[in-house]
Design a protein. Structure first.
Length: 425
């Protein structure tokens, strides 16, 4: 049975309907003629830590020790500029506006929505000092000018086609090699960043890359096959394999691997590989013969918990990036720990999912981490520089606390501050 509401109820409902209709019209009428507030101008990336944080004296180890690593800066992607684009948009038809269509122009989209690092991994340097970073999540290679902070891009579906890019290597003629785990290949670009070739033979999951420019060897770490595969860097022919395949990461024998990830070379052509699941570093000569290994699983300094990136500095020290510990550790050839820095966090010198590390000819150390989506830049103080600093300090006259005397003609009420406790002689 249909019940008719009383008259008062019907009048209330009518009033509510009128108010709702007014509310729908109000935003247009109330704000008509008012100027929309513009977004603030931002010329660079938002800092991931307080803007007033002083990083100029951030060194490891800290004073009074002689510093061996100095923090310099970080990079998170292209500069962000919220100013209105100068180029006027083409007027849309009424049908496009009705359908909600957006104008799409590749260059304009990139200008309006600059690319930012989301999952950076491999790092490489060209002859001009530009820093190349492969981003797994963005599907692009970022090319940073560390002085101007300008960024170029090699983008998926634009300059090339990528599946899952991992490692990078650049030879002495500025040819760029890019490993792609999803497409099972290494893509080669010429110095103008045009694709000139690829390697697919024998590859399943290529990750880390490095090039021996003197012997013309390209080393490719294939994580799924538990091998390091060596190619001729010019003819791209497969030369040999290091490690035993087909054992599903279970091998622990010297010279074999359990899911290796990255590779580096010293000035003598010796090969250093992070054997990730075995938590160690293995060393081979230029012919692929096993030399030695070091490392043990643990959560403290000197131990490994999923080592990933690896680099060799000009003094032959071995730098290892540990993903789970978020720590960079520096070893000598015998595996003795020399220094370490890092820890979990987003502040300068700390890391979150640390993966990549590389050192350029200027002794700058670059690291990549996944979760903040950034690349940090440090400066390595060489053995020679540290020795010079030690000699300088030893040559300075020794100053002992408490030896300074108050001048005889000084006023009696002049301030003197004495440290509590006994004087140190």
């Amino acid at each position: 049975m249909l019940t008719v509401p009383p008259r008062s109820t019907r009048s209330c409902r009518a009033m509510v309907a009128i108010l709702l209709a007014f509310a729908m019209i109000a935003p247009v009428s109330l704000y008509a003629g008012k100027k929309k507030k513009e977004a603030p101008v931002q010329k660079s990336q938002e800092p991931r830590f307080p803007a007033n944080l002083d990083t100029s004296k951030l060194v490891w180890p800290g004073p009074p020790n002689i510093a061996r690593v100095k923090y310099l800066s970080y990079f998170a992607g292209m500069k962000i500029d919220y100013t209105a684009p100068e180029k006027k948009k083409k007027k849309q038809s009424w049908m496009d506006r009705l359908a909600g269509a957006q104008q799409k122009d590749g260059d304009q989209i990139i200008k309006a929505f600059p690319f930012q690092l989301l999952g950076p991994y491999g790092i490489a340097f060209d002859s001009k000092g530009l820093v190349y970073v492969a981003d797994q999540r963005v599907g692009a290679i970022f090319i940073f000018n560390t002085e101007t902070r300008d960024v170029q891009l090699i983008r998926n579906k634009f300059e090339a086609t990528f599946g899952l890019i991992n490692g990078l290597a650049i030879d002495d003629s500025d040819r760029l090699f890019v490993s792609d785990g999803k497409l099972h290949r290494v893509l080669i670009f010429d110095p103008s960043h045009k694709v000139e070739g690829q390697i697919t033979e024998g590859l399943v999951d290529p990750v880390g890359l490095t090039i021996d420019n003197e012997n013309r060897f390209l080393y490719v770490v294939d994580t799924q096959q538990d091998q390091v595969i060596v190619y001729d860097a010019d003819s791209l022919k497969l030369l040999r394999r290091i490690g035993t395949a087909g054992k599903n990461h279970w091998l622990t024998t010297p010279g074999d691997f359990g899911a290796p990830t990255n590779v580096a070379l010293d000035k003598d052509g010796n090969v250093y590989v992070t054997d990730t699941l075995n938590n160690r570093v293995e060393i081979f000569d230029a012919d692929g013969n096993f030399i030695s290994w070091f490392g043990k699983h643990g959560d403290g300094p000197g131990y490994f918990a999923r080592p990933k990136g690896i680099a060799i500095d000009c003094d032959g020290h071995i730098w290892v990036a540990d993903e789970m510990q978020d720590r960079v550790q520096v070893f000598d050839r015998q595996g003795e720990l020399l220094a370490f820095f890092g820890g979990h966090g987003n502040y300068p010198g700390t890391f979150a999912a640390l993966t990549g590390i590389a050192i350029d000819k200027q002794n700058r150390v670059f690291t990549t981490e996944q979760y903040p989506g950034r690349m940090q830049m440090f400066r390595y103080i060489t053995d020679a520089e540290a020795a010079a600093e030690k000699a300088r300090r030893e040559a300075e006259p020794e100053q002992k606390p408490g030896n300074s005397q108050k001048p005889a003609d000084a006023p009696k009420d002049s301030a003197q501050v004495k440290a509590p406790g006994p004087e140190v002689q």
